[in-house]
Design a protein. Sequence first.
Length: 322
Amino acid sequence: MRNHQKPMQNAQVPVLSGDLGFEALRKSAAPYVKRHRMTVGRPAPLPCFAGQFGIRDIGDGQTVHQSRIAPETEFETSFIAETGLLVSIVLDGRLTFSLDGHAYDFRTSAQPLAVAWTNLKPVEVTRRTAQPDHLVKVQVHTPLSFFDVTWKAGIGQILGTHGKVISWSPGLAASEAAGGLIKGKAVSEPRSRMAASRFAVEALDSLLEHLEAQGDAASSRIAAARVYVEQTASEHPRLSDIAVATGFSVSSLQRIYRDTYGMTVIEHQRRLVLEQALRALRSGRVSVAQAARIAGYRSPSNFSSAFAKEFGKPPSRIKSDA
């Protein structure tokens, strides 16, 4: 997929405050946002809300975005959000949005609220803001490349699902870290950066704590099993060996893997090795017979049949086009 994200070095927008229009909102959008547009509401020159916006790049592709708004009119905006995990701490007010047409509505009561989801592919996000609906929130966006095997084992449930929105009570540490950014005390640039980084740590820690409290151990185990399948596909381990290595019985591994990912372990393994063969053929450096061996097939004809079923073209066609 072509990367449309703004360069990270441009993700240092000072906190804007006062009466702000859509153009200010668009210019201070997060770097994982593209095609930001107003679909309902005032023309761009008129103020949409009084409040503040700010965004900071804290390294490794992570960005922290703070906002406090009091709408002056009803308006709606939409944008395309790129892949990644988004965790928001809503300190006060109402957060309404839709992901590819699926609507969500969250309101705080006496305590802050945390909301999170993962985009495995670009998704259209629509935000409608009504005049009574003030909002105070801080959010951290983390690209999928940030998460290593350990992270995937710990929060595999949410990292492996697209657009599944969850919410929970974030606790004191994450709420205080968010509140510190919103208050915006005058501090040096290093301390300001540390405050944003501290929020990111506390927000992700709150997510981990929530998932663990919800009994996410089984999901973590199956997520770890998927990582193992992905890492060992080229070695072609047997299903029984995968089950032993990941702590499942063969039947449990097959059932939970299929229920979670919509395919069996062997189907996933076959897809992975065929993708390896596809990349090798596209490089122009291997023959069809060599690609078959890469995919673990002893019979070139069986390889060609499986390849054509997966990709809609025989391997010879890919080879000739390389």
